[in-house]
Ligand binder design. Sequence first.
Ligand code: SF4
Ligand code: SF4
Length: 264
Amino acid sequence: MRRLRFLFQAGVTIAVAIAGVCFAMGWARTSVETYCPFGGLETAYALLARKRFTCAAGELNLALFVAVVGLALIARKAFCGWACPLGAVFEWTGRLGRRLFKRATFQGLWRIPPRVDAALKILLRTAVTATILAATWATGELVFRGYDPYYVLFSAHGHDVRIWSYGILGTLLALGLLVPMAWCRYLCPLGAVLWPLSAVGRMRLERSEEACTGCGACDRACPQALDVSGPLQVRSGECTLCLECTGACPTPGALSLHLSGAGR
Ligand code: SF4
Ligand code: SF4
């Protein structure tokens, strides 16, 4: 499953990078912005209020946003863990940081206390999301292109990308080395929108107290640095169903995936 997920992530990432180059060279008419589900939310207001889409965002963005929301209600943040090219890049960066700094977990260089971590996730991501939506809805333009790491990374020096845009991208990647998944955990606006839906998502990882030996391998493997070995169910809205924890667990039957409400 790990290999399959890596192939999936790599395939999507390469495909989006190729799409960015094709658009920049004039070989294709579709920009990488078109594949961003968050663009669906950005353009929703303009569509309702002005009966037109915002800038480059269009029907595909809206369809992807609806699909990702629907997916979150079942498979939580599976989009982030399996299909988001930026999530993949930040996960690989986090793995590199873990090796460089010889860390046993994805906690990063500093262990952020759980309450501070939860507060940062809510406050920072809400602030980022509200700012982007307010500015986009007020201007009718995708004004944050130059700051958006997805666009800067995959657009092949697209419209509105400046030198400082690469500075922001580089800073975020460097931060991702020190605090794995920092963008996803603390700043991503799509992550903020999906989080409450993911928290009530039907698919859950369950831990068997009888089988579990308490070795903590699952905690060390979790890219989101979640507490897997503590609760009987992973209920966090941050779980991406990446299944790294089940892959790392040495005890058969200790961790398993369940669809809640399905005969239980
Ligand atoms: S709890 Fe398991 S499935 Fe969820 S994000 Fe962590 S490693 Fe992935
Ligand atoms: S890796 Fe498996 S056995 Fe070890 S603590 Fe986690 S669930 Fe329990």
